[in-house]
Write a protein that binds this ligand. Structure first.
Ligand code: IPM
Ligand code: MG
Length: 359
C-alpha cells in the first residue's frame, strides 16, 4: 500500500526549497520503487491567506491521515501585524501539538567538504556529529497560564509558564537514550537545575530512565555552560537532550557550527513514528523568491523521512550520498559558498542532487 506524504510548503523560501525536495521524491518513485502518494496543503501565512488560519481545518484532516509530512517553513513580514493567535508560527506550534510530535531530532553534522564554511577553526569542527533531541510539545512554549495582563497600577505584565510532567520528561529521555544506543552511546542532558525546580525534576527523571540503559553514559550540563561548550569544543557531544526552549536556542548555535543553517534537517516524531520533516532554517523572507536559497536541508529532511517514518534506510543512504556528491563536485549555494567552489541557485542545486541520484 502506498504511503501518504503531506507536503506543506508554507511561506518565504518554503515553496522554492520544497519544490527541490519533491523532485527528489519524484525520482525515488520513478527509479527506485518508492511507493508514496503526495498531497499538498497550506500552513502558516499561506494557511492564513487560503483559509484564514495558520493551521486550517483542511490541513489538519490531511495531517492526521498522513504517514509523514514534509514542511518548508513558516513566517513572513506581511504577517507580523496579525493577532498573535493567527500568526504563522502558531500554525507550526499547532501541528506539532495536534500530532503530538514531542521528539524533535536536530542533527548537526559537518562533512569534510564544508569544514571551510564554518566560522570556527576546521580542527574544532571537522567531523562534527551531534544529535540534539529537543522536547517539542511541552515546556514554556505550551505551558499555561500565559498571556499579557494589566496590573492594578495600570502597568502591563507578560507571563508564560515553564512546566514539565514526569511522563513528558520520561518519553523524551527514552527517545534520546534509544538514539544514543545507535550512535556514540553518550547522552548529555542540558538543564538549569541550579535555578529551576522544573529542571530539578527533569534531572531526576532522566537519571531514572538512564538506569534502563546501562551502556549509555549520562552527563548533565547547565544550559549556559552548554552554549559555551558547543562553541568551544563541540565534538565532546554525542546526543544532547533538552527542553523545548533550550533546544530551540542550542540547535541554532549547533547549526552555525556547520557553517550554514541551510544544511540542517530535522525530524519531529510522535510515539507512533509518524513524523514531520523540515529544515531548521525558517522562511528567510529576505531572500524569498530569488532562487538562491539552499535546498539541501530540505532534501536531507527527505532522507530523515525515509529513515525514521518510511523505513527505507537504503534510499535514505542514497539521498545522503547524492548530497555528499554534489558538495564534492564543488557546487555551493550562496550561504555555503567559499572561494574556489561554484556558486549555484536553488533549482540548479536540486537538479544536481537529482542527477547524482540517477547515477
Ligand atoms: C524552530 C523555530 C520555531 C520554534 C518557531 C518558528 C516557532 O524557531 O523550529 O526552531 O521556536 O520552535
Ligand atoms: Mg528555532
Amino acid at each position: 500500500m502506498s504511503q501518504n506524504i503531506l507536503v506543506l510548503p508554507g511561506d518565504g523560501i518554503g515553496p522554492e526549497i520544497v519544490a527541490e525536495a519533491v523532485k527528489v521524491l519524484d525520482v525515488l518513485q520513478a527509479d527506485y520503487g518508492l511507493d508514496i502518494e503526495l498531497t499538498e496543503g497550506s500552513i502558516g501565512g499561506a494557511g492564513y491567506d487560503a483559509a484564514g488560519h495558520p493551521y486550517p481545518d483542511e490541513t489538519k484532516l490531511l495531517a492526521r491521515k498522513a504517514d509523514a509530512i514534509l514542511l518548508g517553513a513558516v513566517g513572513g513580514y506581511e504577517y507580523d501585524k496579525l493577532p498573535r493567535e493567527v500568526r504563522p508560527e502558531r500554525g507550526l506550534l499547532a501541528i506539532r501539538s495536534d500530532l503530538d510530535l514531542f521528539s524533535n531530532l536536530r542533527p548537526a553534522i559537518l562533512t569534510e567538504e564544508l569544514a571551510d564554511a564554518s566560522s570556527l577553526k576546521p580542527e574544532i569542527v571537522a567531523g562534527l556529529d551531534i544529535m540534539i533531541v529537543r522536547e517539542l510539545t511541552g515546556g514554556i512554549y505550551f505551558g499555561k497560564p500565559r498571556g499579557i495582563r494589566t496590573l492594578d497600577n495600570g502597568e502591563r505584565e507578560g507571563y508564560n509558564t515553564l512546566v514539565y510532567r514526569e511522563s513528558e520528561v520520561e518519553r523524551i529521555a527514552r527517545s534520546a537514550f534509544d538514539i544514543a544506543m545507535k550512535r556514540g552511546k553518550r547522552v548529555c542532558s542540558v538543564d538549569k537545575a541550579n535555578v529551576l525546580e522544573v529542571s530539578e525534576l527533569w534531572r531526576e527523571v532522566v537519571e531514572t530512565v538512564a538506569e534502563d540503559y546501562p551502556q549509555v553514559e549520562l552527563s548533565h550540563m547547565y544550559v549556559d555552560n552548554a552554549a559555551m561548550q558547543l562553541v568551544k569544543d563541540p565534538k565532546q557531544f554525542d546526543v544532547i537532550v533538552t527542553k523545548n526552549m533550550f533546544g530551540d536556542i542550542l540547535s541554532d548555535a549547533a547549526a552555525m557550527l556547520t557553517g550554514s543553517i541551510g544544511m540542517l534537517p530535522s525530524a519531529s516524531l510522535n510515539a507512533k513514528g509518524i513524523g514531520m520533516y523540515e529544515p531548521i532554517h525558517g522562511s528567510a523572507p529576505d531572500i524569498a523568491g530569488q532562487g538562491i536559497a539552499n535546498p539541501l536541508a530540505t532534501i536531507m529532511s527527505v532522507s530523515m523521512m525515509l529513515r525514521y517514518s518510511l523505513d527505507k534506510v537504503e534510499l535514505a543512504d542514497k539521498v545522503d550520498a547524492a548530497v555528499k556528491s554534489v558538495l564534492q563536485q564543488g557546487l555551493r549555494t550562496a550561504d555555503i559558498y567559499v572561494e574556489g567552489t561554484e556558486q549555484v541557485g536553488t533549482a540548479a542545486m536540486g537538479d544536481a542532487v537529482v542527477a547524482a541520484l540517477k547515477n
